[in-house]
Ligand binder design. Structure first.
Ligand SMILES: Cc1ncc(C[n+]2csc(CCOP(=O)(O)OP(=O)(O)O)c2C)c(N)n1
Length: 654
């Protein structure tokens, strides 16, 4: 093997070993095993510019096996990314170091996505590869022509999301997607044959991928395989047979090198075995310069690309339209003209209809529920393997992959992905929703059939705890609009929130309009606001969301007949309400001492507003299979029951 190659790869190995040892925690085995593959990729094939990590036409490198984070930090540091200094590597896993335990996405850093939950990176990579194909069609193949490489381990490939995402990638023939499979047959519990006997070749070929098996420590074989994929017609798995902890006399090939420091004595032996006579964190200038030269190549690539790009820049800017605010203002006027009872999923479709007519940065889709989620409009063109000139993805019944792919679409450039499923199946999307929030990505989850209001499909399909659970995810806005006007405003807010993902929780059943006057202000942007009061002075505040706002209004009128005066607060987004000024929140919440809440779901997230003097009306058990009005009655969600209970409350207080 070539000495220079060995030296370059050993830089990665020793930076990783030493950083893990210094932090006294981390995963040395994977970076040691994959150092050869990564070196050939970064040295000979990957297109990137360390001086401009955001270069639009760069190849994307995704480390799905995020526990091997030191591999990525070493590569970024060695090739000259400013974001990863040697000092930050020395502070691996310490507070506020960019070299966090697992890679955390930072714009313009070279860390393309947050990984660690195994398998997520594969779905992100599929999203990147789809985005590349779409953007190429929107711009031109002279300007957009890059690849996505994803490094995945045995663990990633055991996860269900890998099956979903790779199956879709094969179906779409994403030829610019390459997986580098760290096929070391070791995971935490020991050899992978404890739990897996998949035939990888058959598995991946059946998805429609090419598969090539190589020795992941043989520079020539790695080079040859990577060279071949440059002209691939399908996505490709390069299955790299490697030794975890390569170079460690006592720990290589064993799970003991997976997730703990090797120990000072063993590290001494590795230095000897690999003939590395340098101190911890010391990279000899000669080798460092070679790495820097590799990084420099990318600068030239971008300079050349810029010449073509500049010519077309004006054309590109014109091609990507992002004018949703104007469109939605018009929609509010139309909603008043066409006022009628409407399901919020239908209201969402009408809103999308207007948006997709003009805006071409939205990429819609659904997990096989397009007609139920109302996510597809007459303006959409479907993305197909032989035609990426489209803006709608049929994800199939693959909610988890859909969500991870949407993260990739959002991270890639300025696409705004939205995807639909039933709210109950947000549980199948949850790990990726959490990552959208952590990465501050504008991904919009359209989740319909949002309560017992879906009726006869029964408790398996009726969300109960989902809303409270989703609301507890930091940096996620959960919207539950009450009518068409609120649906438009929630969409506007979701689109405006460039650093926050959103869930739009929408009904199957029709809702009577509540907002009957035009407002230039987006009232939903306050999270909660007054929609009705039965008297100037009130002694009860009724909080409700979505389909229950009408129920709250009915209840309020009923109570007024008994001289209990109240106001109704529509609260489409608790997350935004909680961010309002304390004076605004006080005005909404503390005008009356007594408050009640109504939402056809778990009462958990309402308890913080309704103190012990009040009552929460909701459902804290599983739902029922029946026509929906009967289920509402069964759970006491009727204006007469709520008004009676509220009256009782006042009697007791007297
Ligand atoms: C979803 C998820 N489940 C479990 C883990 C914990 N975990 C981290 S690494 C790992 C084993 C991974 O094995 P492999 O991909 O073969 O990595 P290698 O041992 O080769 O480094 C597990 C179970 C995780 N990070 N994410």
């Amino acid at each position: 093997m070539n000495k220079l190659h060995n030296d370059l790869a050993n830089c990665i190995r020793f930076l990783s070993i030493d950083a893990v040892q210094k932090a006294n925690s981390g995963h040395p085995g994977m970076p040691m095993g994959m150092a050869d593959v990564a070196t050939v990729l970064f040295r000979n094939f990957l297109k990137y510019n360390p001086k401009n990590p955001n270069w639009l036409n760069r190849d994307r490198f995704v480390l799905s096996a995020g526990h091997g984070s030191m591999l990525l930090y070493s590569l970024l540091h060695l090739t000259g990314y400013k974001s990863i200094s040697l000092n930050s590597i020395k502070k691996f896993r310490q507070l506020n170091s960019i070299c966090a335990g697992h890679p955390e996405y930072h714009p313009n850093s070279g860390i393309e996505t947050t990984t660690g939950p195994l398998g997520q990176g594969i779905a992100n990579a599929v999203g990147f590869a789809i985005a590349e194909e779409i953007l190429k069609k929107k711009i031109s193949k002279e300007i957009i022509n890059h690849k996505t490489y994803v490094l995945a381990g045995d663990g990633c490939l055991m996860e269900g999301i890998s099956h979903e995402a790779m199956s879709l990638a094969g179906h779409l023939k994403l030829k610019n997607l390459v997986m580098l499979f760290d096929n070391n047959s070791i995971s935490i519990d020991g050899p992978t044959n404890l739990a897996v006997s998949d035939n990888f070749k058959k598995r991946f070929e059946s998805y429609g991928w090419d598969y090539v098996l190589i020795d992941g420590h043989n520079e020539k074989e790695i080079f040859k395989a990577l060279k071949k994929v440059q002209n691939a017609k399908k996505p490709t798995v390069i299955s790299c047979k490697t030794k975890i902890g390569y170079g460690s006399p006592n720990k290589s090939g064993k799970s003991s090198s997976h997730g703990s420091p090797l120990g000072l004595d063993e590290i001494k032996l590795v230095r000897k075995a690999l003939n590395w006579n340098y101190k911890p964190f010391q990279i000899p200038n000669k080798i460092l310069n070679e790495w820097k030269k590799i990084g420099k190549k990318g600068e030239l690539l971008e300079i050349r690309w810029n010449k073509i790009y500049k010519k077309d820049k004006i054309k590109i800017d014109k091609k990507l339209k992002n004018n949703f605010s104007k469109i939605l203002k018009k929609e509010k006027v139309i909603a008043l003209k066409e006022i009628k009872s409407l399901a919020s999923r239908k209201a969402s479709e009408l809103t999308l209809n207007a948006l997709t007519k003009e805006n071409n940065t939205l990429i819609g889709g659904s997990a096989d529920l397009a007609g139920s989620n109302n996510t597809k409009t007459k303006h959409h063109k479907i993305i197909k393997s032989d035609n990426f000139n489209g803006d709608y993805i049929h994800y199939g019944v693959r909610e988890h992959a859909m969500s991870g792919i949407m993260n990739g679409l959002a991270l890639h450039s300025n696409f705004i992905p939205y995807g639909g499923t039933f709210l109950i199946f947000s549980d199948y999307c949850k790990p990726s929703i959490r990552l959208s929030a952590l990465m501050e990505q504008r991904v919009i989850y359209v989740m319909t059939h949002d309560s017992i209001g879906l009726g006869e499909d029964g408790p398996t399909h009726q969300p109960i705890e989902q809303l409270s659970g989703l609301r507890s995810i930091p940096n996620l806005n959960v919207f539950r609009p009450a009518d068409r006007m609120e649906t438009i405003e929630c969409w506007e807010q979701a689109l405006k929130s460039s650093k926050t993902p959103s869930v739009l929780s929408l009904t199957r059943q029709n809702l009577d309009p509540i907002r009957k006057k035009y407002s230039n202000i987006n009232k939903c942007s306050f999270g909660g606001y007054e929609v009705l009061r039965t008297n100037k002075k009130i002694n009860l505040t009724i909080l409700a969301s979505g389909s229950e706002v009408n129920l709250a209004i009915e209840t309020s009128h009923k109570l007024a007949k008994d001289k209990i005066y109240s106001k109704v607060i529509s609260m489409p987004c608790q997350d935004l309400f909680d961010q309002q000024s304390s004076s605004y929140k006080r005005k909404i919440l503390y005008e009356s001492r007594i408050k009640i809440s109504i939402e056809a779901a778990s009462t958990d997230s309402w308890k913080k507003y309704v103190n012990s003097d009040g009552l929460t009306f909701g459902i804290d058990t599983f739902g029922k299979s029946a026509p929906y009005k009967e289920i509402y009655k069964h759970f006491g969600l009727t204006s007469s029951n709520i008004a009676n209970k509220a009256k009782g409350l006042f009697k007791r207080k007297k």
